[in-house]
Design a protein around this ligand. Structure first.
Ligand code: ADP
Ligand code: NI
Length: 218
């Protein structure tokens, strides 16, 4: 008998959990679990296909370019895995297309999603870069890459291309202006927008307080 969707999902979750265990850059298995849960919640409210959404959420950060240096590696790995699990070709294509389109590529680089399912996964992934967890992840990433917390002499940049965004080495606080504060208004689903608003406000409060403490005003 051919494996069914529940089997593909369970095997994929196990595969990804093994691949990502121990990552301390903010791309650990718990990130995947949060994105999976949020993407399914958005999918339910938006009427998207839950199987596509769950598979794409599970696989979206495998061999991410920030670790491999190769933006093609993630979708290639996902395709090989799903094909090995006898997932039908159109479903494989849809999931891989979502993974390909998903990533933030710089403040001036549009990243449109070509399906509703993709919008659900992209919004869920981006919500995990906002709020208290988003702040924790940003500083974990910055620390892992030897970035300063903040440097008043280094202003945030606008990245007109993916290459410029990939090259940037600024302090972690700049990342809030270069990416995190831009995400709420780029949400693609009503549910995503709603959750993003609260998490966005939390980022603004954090920044206000960070700068006040930095300057000794608080
Ligand atoms: P996306 O899933 O939109 O591609 P990324 O994979 O780029 O997001 O980012 C994953 C996490 O790492 C996010 O929480 C993001 O804020 C954080 N991150 C990425 N680049 C930086 C950076 N230069 N400084 C601090 N945090 C970063
Ligand atoms: Ni992610």
């Amino acid at each position: 008998m051919e494996p069914d969707a529940a089997t593909w999902i369970a095997r994929t979750a196990e595969h990804v959990r093994q691949q990502m265990a121990g990552d301390a850059t903010g791309h650990d298995w718990f990130h995947i679990e949060r994105v999976r849960r949020m993407a399914l919640r958005i999918a339910r409210e938006e009427g998207a296909d839950p199987v596509v959404v769950e598979l794409a959420a599970l696989l979206h950060d495998l061999d991410d370019w920030k670790r491999t240096g190769d933006p093609e590696a993630g979708p290639r790995q996902a395709r090989a895995w799903l094909t090995s699990q006898q997932v039908p070709a159109p479903l494989v294509e849809h999931v891989c297309q979502i993974i390909q389109e998903l990533s933030f590529k710089g403040s001036e680089v549009p990243t449109p999603m070509s399906s509703l399912e993709g919008c659900c996964v992209q919004d869920a992934d981006r919500l995990d870069a906002l709020g208290a967890i988003g702040i924790a992840r940003a500083f974990a990433y910055g620390g892992h890459h030897g970035r300063l917390l903040y440097d008043p002499e280094q202003p945030p940049e606008r990245h007109a291309s993916f290459a410029a965004y990939q090259r940037s080495r600024g302090p972690t606080l700049n990342h809030f202006y270069e990416k995190l504060l831009l995400l709420a208004e780029r949400m693609q689903t009503a549910t995503g927008r709603q959750v993003a608003q609260q998490r966005h406000r939390f980022l603004e409060q954090f920044l206000e307080r960070f700068l006040a403490e930095w300057e000794g005003r608080l």
